[in-house]
Each structure stands twice: as C-alpha cells, then as structure tokens.
Design a binder for this molecule. Structure first.
Ligand code: DLZ
Length: 162
C-alpha cells in the first residue's frame, strides 16, 4: 500500500486567510485521534493567517453529534465556515455504518441549508492504526486538509459574492 502523505499541499496556492473566522466542531469519541485532527486544523488555519480569536472550538461527545453541533455553530456564531472533525472506527456491529451515514447526510444537508461551507473532516477507518496514520501519522493529518479546504471554500465564496 502507498505511504503517501495525503495531506501534502502546495501552501503557496492557499489563499490568505487573515480576517476569516472559523468554527471547529470536534467529537471526543476516539479522542486520541480527533484531538490530533484538531491540533492539525488549528495549526494550519493559523499558518495561513487566522487568529486565535477567530477560531471557535466546540466539543461534542461523538461523531453522531457533530451535525447538530455544527448547526449551532452556524446559528450562534458569525463564521466563514465550520470544520467538522471526528473519527468512526468500524466495530463488530452495524453501528459504524449508521453513524457514518448520519454524519455524512447531516453535513451534506448543512452545506445546502446554510450559506457557508461545512467541511467533512471525519475519518472512517477499519481500525485505530489506520486512523492514527491519518491524524498526524504517515498519511498526514486530515485536520490540516479540512483547514485548507475551509479556507479555499471561504475564499471562493468571498470572490463570488463580489
Ligand atoms: C456509539 C459509538 C460507537 C460505537 N462508535 C463511535 C465511533 O467510532 N466514533 C464516534 O465518534 N462515535 C462513536 N459512537 C458514539 C456516537 O457517535 C454517539 O455519540 C452516540 O451514539 C450517542 O448519540
């Protein structure tokens, strides 16, 4: 299997994010993984110009709760986008499938209902090892990718609004 860092990106092609304001909703289930995603997302937002004051972090118990947490973010904060971070690891029951379907459909619906981007930064893996590899391990950090995607989408909206 390839060991490519999936988070590789050309930082010169990421728009300047100074003045942008983002919410991050992070699930605390599998926190060893999700808190690394959070660290990556915050560092990447700051690297591109977002200030600490413009990064609002809220924790929810599990990935299933991300959708409502993200909706509350959009309702109660003035934001350019919301990053949704979670990690669902396949177990022995179909629970995995239901949580993945719920959060995928939930975040998709939020993107259509609100006029800001909601970024899907949820790992869905077969085991903990695969998750850790994508949360600061050999495959990069999905939190970094979520941050870059959020900035690009917010910049696109600003450009189209003009
Ligand atoms: C219940 C559950 C299970 C089995 N697995 C995960 C998981 O791998 N990742 C995750 O983020 N959350 C999991 N949860 C919790 C659900 O997301 C949710 O918090 C509960 O079902 C309560 O609604």
């Amino acid at each position: 299997m390839a060991t490519r860092d999936l988070s590789d990106y050309d930082s010169s092609r990421v728009p300047d994010a100074s003045g942008m304001r983002f919410g991050i909703v992070v699930a605390d289930w599998n926190s060893e993984v999700t808190h690394s995603l959070l660290d990556g997302a915050v560092k990447t937002l700051k690297r591109h110009g977002v200030t600490d004051d413009d990064i609002i972090v809220r924790h929810v118990p599990g990935t299933f709760e991300i959708t409502l947490g993200a909706q509350w973010m959009a309702e109660y904060e003035d934001l350019d986008g919301v990053l949704c971070l979670g990690c669902v690891i396949q177990g022995e029951t179909p629970h995995f499938t239901y949580i993945c379907q719920g959060v995928t459909q939930g975040i998709t619906q939020l993107n259509l209902d609100y006029n800001i981007p909601f970024i899907f930064g949820v790992l869905t893996t077969l085991n903990l090892e695969q998750a850790l590899e994508r949360a600061g391990g050999k495959h990069g950090n999905k939190g970094d990718e979520a941050a870059v995607t959020a900035i690009k989408m917010a910049a696109l909206q600003q450009m189209m609004e003009k």
